[in-house]
Design a protein around this ligand. Sequence first.
Ligand code: UTP
Length: 298
Amino acid sequence: MSKRIRKAVFPVAGLGTRFLPATKTVPKEMLPIIDRPLIQYAVDEAIEAGCDTLIFVTNRYKHAVADYFDKAYELEQKLERAGKIEQLELVRHVLPHGVRAVFVTQTEALGLGHAVLCAKAIVGDEPFAVLLPDDLIWNRGDGALKQMADAAEKSGASMIAVEDVPRDQTGSYGIVATEAFNGQQGRISAIVEKPDPADAPSTLAVVGRYVLSPTVFDLLESTTPGAGGEIQLTDAIARLLKQEPVDAFRFAGTRFDCGTHIGLIEATIRYALDHEKLSEAARKMIQDALDEVPPAAA
Ligand code: UTP
């Protein structure tokens, strides 16, 4: 599997229940950090890694995701007439030339594994990436997926992004056991979904970036519902690593779990503090807020 990845799958057909009622009409992936929706950060990361085909697995309520990547004729005309060239460029270039977006429907939210399987016909028989947009990864150097795609090209193995989590949190993640982990990369010998801290084989947790061999599609087809009654990607990966090499990859960068309230707040604060125009005002605002607002009553 030493081919360079060209296709990226974005499973965005989940229900987003943790952000209700907002996600009744606004898909979780369209929640913004400053001025760009989460999906845009993930798309930029995939393009940087060399992907030119972006496959969005959506559902019938998520028109906003498709609309976002479509051409906005009226808006573009208005901005052009008003001479708002900077804004016009922003709207026009959500996707660069040469990159195509493909939309596939997951008719029922049967789980992440099932969502990835929905992209099988478009991906075909080549290695591909999966990005979960609510895991936002910030890095000053190469993006996480580019780091992984480079490593996968060299080693020929499938790659799963991991990061260290405190042991008492293993129950919220897929956890991997590795052989000969060199601090950055190591062959996965086992993967377990949400183990109790006492049973966790390590504290290396899976986060939402994968480079996968197409063999995973065949395995997903025969994967039965697992945890939560959903078809789990982790279960198919557990079978993949018995047939083919699968490596854990500890990326350089900071991950924000924007699928949770506090993660989205943390990402917003960090991006604001790092923003060339907002940094100073954000710093002052945070300081003032800490001085002025007492902790909420329990
Ligand atoms: P989550 O576990 O975060 O679920 O899914 P969710 O529905 O998005 O959010 P909550 O937990 O209800 O708040 C992880 C990823 O898998 C996708 C989601 O869109 C998200 O990117 N997913 C999940 C699907 O595309 N289809 C599914 O059936 C399940």
